[in-house]
Ligand binder design. Sequence first.
Ligand code: S3P
Length: 441
Amino acid sequence: MNRTVIIKEKIFSFNKKITVQGDKSLSIRWALIASQALGVSRAYNLLDSEDVKNTLKILKKLGVKVKNKKNYHEIIGTGLNSFYYKNNTVIDAGNSGTLARLILGILAKSENSFTLKGDKSLSKRDFSRVIKPLNFFGVKLNSKNNRLPIQMRGNKFLKPIYYEEHKGSAQVKSCIMFAALNTPGITRIKCIPSRDHTERFFKYINIPIKKLKKGKFDIIEIKGQKQFKSFNYRIPGDISSGAFFIVLTLLSKNSKILIKNVNINKSRTGIIDILNKMNAKIKFKNKRIYQSEEVADIYVKSCNKLKPINCPKSLNSRSIDEFLLIFLVCAKAKGMSYFKNIEELRHKECDRLKFASKFLKMIGIKSIETKNSLKIYGNPNLSLNGNYEIKNFEKDHRVCMLSFIAALTLGGKWKINDTDSINTSFPKFIDIIKKVGGKIN
Ligand code: S3P
C-alpha cells in the first residue's frame, strides 16, 4: 500500500523528550559481521526497518541462522565465509545501497554463484565503485552497465589489494574491508575519510586493523583470514533520523527537544557543525563512549536568526544523508548559502541535488544548481499558503520525511505521496511526529 498523507497545519510550539530508532548503518553492519563470527551474537535495539529486514532475509537465504526474540535479535555465526546456499541463489537488497555493496564484499570468497537484485531505485544506482575493487581481489561479476542485477561467484584464491578511494564513500570502503576479511595477507585502502563504523566494529571485536592519517587521507590496513568470536551489541539511536527532529525544532516557534541516546560519532555529525555555524546552538548532553561509539542526548531550541553558510567541503561526507534537511534550513536563513563538491548527492536513492532544486523552486526559493554544487538564496520570512504536492517517484525515504518537516514548519497544504518509503529507515517517524504535536491526515 502506498499511503498518501495530507498536512495542512504548522506544528504548534512544543517541548519534548524523544528517542529515535536504532542506527541503520550500525544495524546492517552488526548483522553482516555477526554472520561471520564464531558463536551466538545478540543485538539490542536493532533497527526494525525494511533495509535491516532485507539484511536479515539475505543472511537467512545464505544459510545463516537468525532469530528474532522479544527484546533482541540473535545471529548464530559459524565463522568466516561459512555461508551455505545453492548455486544460482537470488538475493534481494530491496532499496538498500549499503546492504547491496557490503554483501558483495562479504561474499568475495563464496564459490557458489548468486544474483544480487534490488528495487527500481537501487537498480538505477552505480555499482562500478565496488565492482572495480572486487575485480582487483580476483572476483568476477557480471552486470549490464554496472547496474543490478549483478551475477557473481566468489574466488577461493583472493589476492590482497591496495586501493585508492576518492569519493569519500563508506560503502565502498566497507565493501573492501569485508572482502579483506577473507583474503590472505594485508589489504590496504587509501581513502577520503567517511563514516568509520566498520573500522570501529573491527577494532571492537579484535580483527587486526591499523588506521592512520596521511594528509587528507585515511590509510587502513587489514590482515585477513582471522576468525573472530561472537559479540553482543546495543545499537544507539540514528542521528540521520534524529536530524528530522533537530530541523523540525529549529524551524518551529518557541520549541525545544531532547533526543536521547543518539550516536554522535564524529563522522556522522556534520549536520550539527553546519547548523551551529548557521547559529543554531545545538548541544550534546551526557556524552559517553559506548562499545567504541560515542553516544549523547541532543538538545535543540528554535532559532529565528539563521545565518547562511559557505559549507567547507570537508563536511560533505560527515553530513551526506542530511543535505536535504540542511538545504531546507538554508531556505530560511538570511542570505546565500553555498555547497560545493556535492555530486555524490546525485547517486543516492534519487538524484537529491536535482530534487533539492525542484523543491526549493516549488517553495519559492531561488537556487542555482551546477553539476556538483548548489547555491541557495534564503528568505527568513518564508511562509507558505498554497498547495504543494510531493510525488517522490523514486520513493526516496529522506525526500518523504523532509517534506513532512517542510509542511509542518512552513505552512501551506501539502499532499505527500508514497509515505511507505519511510519504512526503509525510520518506521516510527510518523508516530514520533504525532507525539511532538504534528497533525497529519
Ligand atoms: C552508508 C554510507 C553512505 C550513506 C548511506 C549509508 C553506510 O553512502 O549515504 O546512507 O552505512 O555505509 P556512501 O558511502 O555511498 O556515501
